[in-house]
Design a binder for this molecule. Structure first.
Ligand code: F6R
Length: 242
């Protein structure tokens, strides 16, 4: 496990974008596992900047996102598909038909999950999976108590996650109660994992993820068992580490 200490959010974003760029340069037809939320916005901004300078080419890249709210379609501004389009896909030369986000409007949940697992398998697996960290230790939408053996599945969101995500919605009642998420098993099968962590609110989760017991009570703790994981965390997130 490699842990990079970043000064602040911007420094974290630049370091993370460097690692993703290296992946795209070394393997132009790579499969990137991508995340949404506050953590990767700066990373995507940096990637777009380097793309505009002519330093990056996404034309052969496939992307597979971690999760999507159940019930939200691509036109909904709170959907993760919309997030990915506006923060990254619309600004680089990625082939949109090679960008995958779970279908929030799928009626048949089991079928939708099976199809998403199929997409990952057909792409040949994920080369580099980008993750944010929930302040309760979740990764993707794998909440505390999640089963480590799961692939893509439909999850009931915890109150703490609904609370944390309400900032993006006008009313808490609008926050979806369920989401599609890659499971811990899908995440652990990625060849490389990059976790970005910023802010004091993540400090305890980061400490537990790195040094606590490996337990479903803190889903990110499973990452201790992955053989190629890199954390990039800023000083505030690392404030509880010795
Ligand atoms: C997003 C995702 C979530 C977030 C996590 C941290 O696709 O899977 O696990 O990475 O909730 O969110 P932020 O970055 O908003 O603090």
């Amino acid at each position: 496990m490699i842990i990079y200490k970043a000064k602040d959010y911007q420094d974290m974003s630049r370091k993370a974008a460097n690692i993703i760029s290296a992946q795209v340069i070394m393997k132009p037809n790579c499969v990137l596992g991508l995340a949404t939320g506050s953590s990767p916005i700066g990373t995507y901004e940096q990637l777009v900047e380097w793309y505009n300078k002519g330093d990056l080419d996404f034309s052969k890249v496939t992307s597979i996102n971690l999760d999507e709210y159940k019930g939200l379609g691509p036109d909904n501004e709170q959907s993760y598909r919309y997030f990915m389009d506006t923060h990254l896909f619309n600004h680089v030369n990625i082939n949109k038909s090679r960008t995958f986000v779970p279908d929030g409007l799928a009626q048949d949940t089991e079928k939708a999950c099976a199809e998403y697992n199929q997409i990952i398998a057909q792409a040949g697996g994920i080369d580099l999976q980008l993750l944010g960290l929930g302040s309760n230790g979740h990764i993707g939408f794998n909440e505390p108590g999640a089963v480590f053996e799961q692939e893509t599945h439909c999850v009931d969101l915890t109150e703490s996650t609904i609370e944390a995500n309400k900032r993006f919605f006008s009313r808490i009642e609008d926050v979806p109660r369920q989401a599609y998420s890659m499971g811990i098993k899908s995440i652990m099968q990625a060849k490389k994992i990059l976790v970005i962590v910023s802010g004091e609110s993540k400090a305890n989760a980061l400490k537990q993820a790195l040094h606590g017991p490996i337990t479903p009570a803190l889903p990110a703790s499973i990452l201790q068992l992955h053989n190629d994981v890199t954390f990039v965390a800023d000083e505030a997130a690392m404030s509880l580490l010795d």
